[in-house]
Design a protein around this ligand. Sequence first.
Ligand SMILES: Nc1nc2c(ncn2[C@@H]2O[C@H](COP(=O)(O)OP(=O)(O)OP(=O)(O)O)[C@@H](O)[C@H]2O)c(=O)[nH]1
Ligand SMILES: [Mg+2]
Length: 308
Amino acid sequence: MPQAPKSGRAAIIGRPNVGKSTLLNALLGQKLAIATAKPGTTRSNLLGVYVQQEPPTQIAFVDTPGLHRPKNALGRALVEDAKAEFENADVVVLVTELGKGPNTERFLGGQDSDIIALLRESKTPVILVINKVDKVKDKSQLLPLMDRAMKAMPFAAIVPLSALRNDNVDALVRAIREHLQPGLAYDAETLTDKPQRFFASELIREAVLVHTRQEVPHGVAVLIERFEEDDKLTRVAATIVVSKDSHKGIVIGKGGAQLKEIGSEARKGMEELFGRKVFLELWVKVVDGWMDDPAKVQALVREPLGNR
Ligand SMILES: Nc1nc2c(ncn2[C@@H]2O[C@H](COP(=O)(O)OP(=O)(O)OP(=O)(O)O)[C@@H](O)[C@H]2O)c(=O)[nH]1
Ligand SMILES: [Mg+2]
């Protein structure tokens, strides 16, 4: 007998850098969210609608900023967004990863245990994803950990997978499906709720994160100044905001070489995503210590596109 259609909302949450955004992209089979090795990459909730024909399933996944103990106004805004999202979901997908090396004592400790304490209070089913299992040589290590996880909290399911290799991601979809509502809820065309300008700014920020180190990435924001489409190309002009004077030179590089590289990578990403030629102009501006100022965080992270 064919299975009835189902749909619903699944929040992808977890501490920074565990692979939430990589998982969203793996689920959607395309790069929608930026993902880098730097913790704190995601700065806003991002919807990506997953559609499957058989059995008919629609899952509105929402990737969220990493949950952590915030140190500044930026961190507080990110944590607030992520929490608001998981309170709305039909299912919570809590992503974690194993610690480095054979020592697994810290599994689900620290920031994970803070998150679990929050989730225990809610009635929403929680599925635990143990990501990055491609890094685990001895897979038999996982079984005792899954037992331990069940003692920390009654998870609806535990799914070990590799988002990066797209390994066992389908098992997560099957586990989520159990908790969805009957019927289809989304327009077949909907993939996301963000405009192209959002993705333009994210791809620029990703290129800056990839090319900078230490404290520079944490103080980077991108403002889209102009976004115009004509019949031949999309023209984008943007300002890269850094939080210190000394960071400006780092982003620009010797003779502008670094900024050129950043621009070229971001432009290629946009051409791929938009499927058309892009002309990109970039500037760099300093807004001293903006991450500590709630009003500036609002202007640079939450409202730069008026899309929230
Ligand atoms: N080896 C391995 N690396 C992974 C996997 N999934 C993600 N990564 C890497 O982990 C890093 C962080 O990935 P993200 O997807 O940006 O992590 P995130 O949880 O979204 O991070 P924040 O947005 O900062 O909270 C990147 O370098 C990814 O390539 C995986 O399955 N295996
Ligand atoms: Mg992310």
